[in-house]
Ligand binder design. Sequence first.
Ligand code: SAM
Length: 285
Amino acid sequence: MGVDASWISETVTSMGAAFSLKVRRKLHSVQSPYQKLDVYETEHWGNLMVLDDAFMLTSLENFLYHEMMAHPALFTHPAPKRVVIIGGGDCGTLREVLRHPGVESVVQIDIDEEVTRAAERFFPELCESNGDARATLAFDDGIRWMREAPDGSVDIIIVDSTDPVGPGEGLFGPAFIADCHRVLAPQGILVGQSESPFYHMETLKNYHRAMVAAGFTDRRSLLFPQPVYPGGSITCTLASKGLPLDVFREDDAGRKPFPTRYYNAEVHRGALAMPEFIKDALSVL
Ligand code: SAM
């Protein structure tokens, strides 16, 4: 990552590409046992969180990601009550999940408590629901947590992780995905951050392969804009245990009892339409 007097960049060497933001100053920096965490104040995007030189989120645009990591899965499940978030330490996805009045419990397991402590200081708006009586924040390896979780005990698993390197690598692997399948109740849904199809198509295909191997009955990758990620867009991939994923509670989504800034029923319907290059790539897993 390059940092000159006033710009910070995330580079994707394999694609000869970079994304840069103009920054005013560095607000925080800590080397945790798992990763390097930096927070910057930017000129136009609010605060920026960076983990091991990868842009995670900014104050300005994180709503796109957190809403799409939560609402498509929650409005697809007939009655989601028990939710688990693996990763998600900035707490933005947790906030979105807790907007659903029918959700009875959300357990969030992030390996690195430093991320949540930094979010509390520099992204307090993402942490506004952390005190909700339905929420439990745990700090552990999500891979171990899922391995030890009881069969059929969860309705929705959201894997809101870093890239498949370092502590996040195993979250994209077949053993973890198979554990997610076992832990989900019938009609359960797994949704994971599944990278950019422009930069990481093989990662996306391997993710689908692991879901097929685990026994999931339907899979859908939803593409949506993510300005601060290299490539400018990203996917979340849903996998279901018995439910068709092209059907969702469209009326409920249309009448959602809470505000969003990106997600709505039309966006959900549109995101289910997979572009040809993704369909082609996934047709030959
Ligand atoms: N890509 C997301 C975004 O744009 O908002 C960032 C989500 S969050 C910051 C990613 C989290 O995954 C980090 O907090 C990291 O600590 C966590 N993580 C990585 N590997 C993990 C593991 N094995 N178990 C639990 N959490 C993990």
